[in-house]
Write a protein that binds this ligand. Sequence first.
Ligand code: NAD
Ligand code: UFG
Length: 340
Amino acid sequence: MSTVLVTGGSGYIGSHTVISLSENGYDVVIVDNLSNSKMEVLNRLEKITGKRFKFYNIDCCDTDALRKVFEENKIDSVIHFAGLKAVGESVKIPLDYYSNNIGSLISVCRLMSEFNVNNIVFSSSATVYGSSEDVPFTEESPLGVCTNPYGWTKWMIEQILRDYAKADPSKKVCLLRYFNPVGAHESGLLGEDPRGIPNNLFPYISKVAGGTLDCLTVFGDDYDTPDGTCLRDYIHVVDLAQGHVKALKFLDKTEDSVSVFNLGTGKGTSVLEALNAFEKACGHEIKHVIGPRRSGDIAVCYASTAKAEEVLGFKAQYGIDEMCSSCWKWQTMNPEGLKD
Ligand code: NAD
Ligand code: UFG
């Protein structure tokens, strides 16, 4: 059985990916410092899969601590999710973002070299692309000038991984550029569990729908889009998880040292469309007001999915309705999120 080290594996996307890996016959070792996730995720994973995954509460930046994981387990490949991801926070504490996101990646790569682990899948983001004029973004679209330190860490890590693979021909890298991951596991046992007031649309809508927050502010309705609100390519987290399994399988057979794939649906959904779909899922109106634009937002962002489809055989199965209904189930079953 092939063993995958999943860093950040108790986080939102990581935990869903652990399920897909397990369903596809992989053994999983999770490393997470719980800076943005909770131990309870391990219990939920056990309920869903029937397995208790090996878990290390370790900061990936701590190379010596992380070495223990490589010594105690025969790791075959790595999926590196561990990182900080809040755009606004990254503007306030840029050094923390650069040191955590880049430091953890370098630490993982050093240990991959030390222990002859060759394949790594990295969580990149559509944020590395340029302006809305280029949509749909293909993997060849020009990389843009990022508007925040979080985005730059993704941009820089992509470059670091290219250099790493160039210097050592045994290494194979897969950069997955996610669009907007949303939704939750169908069991309602796992989902996005942000600390504090959410920054992102779906967790915010869920909390307004559930009554924990009062009102959604729609950030701008004067964009050059059909209803004036921004278009995003929302992708169900369960589809996204499946994309990682495809990426691992692809790395086993490819000769290319670096491969890049968009993971999205190829479809743009506006903020108001997302809100309407959520209202349908929860069965009642969701209070909202139109506010000013949020700084740094681009009008339109969606993926070209052709390459992922042709080369990885990846095609998202779920649409906006399933994304909303799974979010709503998660919200109603866990109105206060998971316990610490
Ligand atoms: P998340 O915060 O839920 O998961 C990240 C996990 O990494 C958390 O459990 C956190 O505790 C852990 N972590 C952070 N720094 C660590 C460190 N130094 N050592 C060990 N663990 C550490 O976020 P997510 O939404 O699951 O995102 C996973 C990855 O995907 C991140 O790299 C993120 O930047 C990237 N990504 C996310 C989105 C999105 O919208 N959710 C979009 C594009 C890319
Ligand atoms: N929005 C609102 N009100 C809110 C929250 C969001 O109207 O309370 C709008 C935003 O203006 C945007 C859309 O909903 O038009 C989606 O916003 P999110 O914050 O959910 O997502 P973003 O597209 O801004 O950002 C996401 C990830 C980033 C990643 C980026 C590009 O959060 O990490 O996609 O991949 F960098």
